[in-house]
Design a protein around this ligand. Structure first.
Ligand SMILES: NCc1[nH]cc(CCC(=O)O)c1CC(=O)O
Length: 311
C-alpha cells in the first residue's frame, strides 16, 4: 500500500511524521510511506501572538483540505493542535502511545517565579495558570517554534523564562534544557498534549484498519475523555482549560481545571470511569465544572482572545 503522509515543515512536525511513518512500517513492512510537506496559516503568519492567527485550526486546516482533495492519505498532527470537531469526511484514525504530557518551565525553576519576572507564552492556559501560581508575573506574548523560544529564555532575550511541552522538547532532543517539569496537579496540561493524531479520510477503511495497529488504547482513551470535556465546555483549543489523566486498576480519573486569565479564580474537579467510558468521563467532568461557574471564566477568556486578534 502506498501512503502519502502529510506534515508541516517545522522540525517538530517532521519528527512526528517520520515517527508515525516508522510505526506504520513496523506493523506493515510492505507499506510505502512517503512524507509530503503542507504549509499552514499558522506557519505563514509570524507577525502575531499565538492565539491571534485565527486560533482554532490555524495549524491543521490546510493539511485537512489537502487530505479532502485526495492529495495525501494521512496527516500527522500534534493532537493538541487538532480542533475537537473535525471537518466532515475526516476521522481521528489512530492515537499512538502518548509522550509525557506535562509542561516544563525553562529559564528558571518554579520557586524562582517572582512578580515582574518576564515569562514568554502565547497560551492563555499557561498564562492563567502561571498567574495563579505567582501573581504579578510579566507575561509576554510570544510564539514560534520550540527551539527559538527556548533560546530566548536562555539568553534572556526579552524574556526570562518560558513554558513548553515536555513532549516537544523530548522529540527534539532538548528536554535537558528544561529547568523543571511541572507536576500536572499543580500545573495541568493542555487537552491532547504529548499525543499525536493520525487523521484520515473516513472512507479509507483499509488505511484506517492499518492505523488501528499503531494505536495505543490507553492514550486513545485519555485523549477521547479530554476532547469530550472540551466539547462539553464548548471550549476551543485556545481557552484556559488544563487537565491531568491518572490510571488506577483499569479506571481513568480525569482532573480538569478552568483558570481565569488573571489567575485570580480557578475551578477544578475530577471524574472517574472505566476505559470504555471515555466520553462519559469527559462530559460529566464538563458538567461539574459548568455547575461551579466555569462558563463565566471561559467567556471572560474568549473576550480576551477576541480582543487580541488583529482586525
Ligand atoms: N501549539 C504548539 C505545540 N503543539 C504541540 C507542541 C508540543 C508537542 C505536544 O504537545 O504534543 C507544541 C509546542 C508547545 O506547546 O510547547
Amino acid at each position: 500500500m502506498e501512503i502519502r503522509l502529510g506534515t508541516r515543515r517545522s522540525d517538530l512536525a517532521r519528527w512526528q511524521a517520520s515517527h508515525v511513518a516508522d510505526l506504520i512500517r513496523s506493523v506493515e513492512p510492505a507499506a510505502e510511506v512517503r512524507v509530503v510537506f503542507v504549509s499552514s496559516a499558522g506557519d505563514k503568519d509570524r507577525r502575531s501572538g499565538f492565539q491571534q492567527i485565527g486560533g482554532i485550526g490555524a495549524f491543521t486546516k490546510e493539511s485537512e483540505d489537502s487530505l479532502l482533495r485526495n492529495e495525501i492519505d494521512l496527516v500527522v498532527h500534534s493532537l493538541k493542535d487538532l480542533p475537537t470537531k473535525l471537518q466532515p469526511g475526516l476521522v481521528l484514525a489512530a492515537v499512538p502511545k502518548r509522550e509525557d504530557p506535562r509542561d516544563v518551565l525553562c529559564g528558571v525553576a518554579l520557586d524562582q517565579l517572582r512578580p515582574g519576572l518576564r515569562v514568554g507564552t502565547g497560551s492563555i492556559r499557561r498564562k492563567a495558570q502561571l498567574l495563579a501560581l505567582c501573581n504579578g508575573l510579566d507575561i509576554r506574548p510570544i510564539r514560534g517554534n520550540v527551539s527559538p523560544r527556548l533560546r530566548k529564555a536562555k539568553n534572556r532575550e526579552g524574556i526570562d523564562a518560558t513554558v513548553l511541552a515536555a513532549a516537544g522538547l523530548s522529540r527534539l532532543g532538548l528536554l535537558h534544557e528544561a529547568s523543571q517539569i511541572l507536576d500536572a496537579h499543580i500545573f495541568p496540561y493542555a487537552v491532547g498534549q504529548g499525543a499525536l493524531a493520525a487523521e484520515a479520510r473516513e472512507e479509507d477503511t483499509a488505511l484506517i484498519a492499518l492505523l488501528q495497529k499503531i494505536e495505543d488504547r490507553q492514550s486513545r482513551t485519555e485523549v477521547d475523555a479530554e476532547r469530550a470535556l472540551m466539547r462539553s465546555l464548548d471550549a476551543g483549543c485556545s481557552l484556559p482549560v488544563g487537565v491531568s489523566a491518572t490510571w488506577r486498576a483499569g479506571t481513568l480519573t480525569l482532573q480538569g481545571q478552568v483558570t481565569h486569565p488573571d489567575g485570580q479564580t480557578k475551578i477544578a474537579d475530577e471524574s472517574t470511569g472505566l476505559a470504555d467510558q471515555a466520553d462519559a468521563i469527559g462530559r460529566s467532568l464538563g458538567h461539574r465544572l459548568l455547575e461551579q461557574g466555569a462558563e463565566e471564566i471561559l467567556k471572560a477568556a474568549s473576550r480576551i482572545v477576541e480582543e487580541q486578534k488583529p482586525t
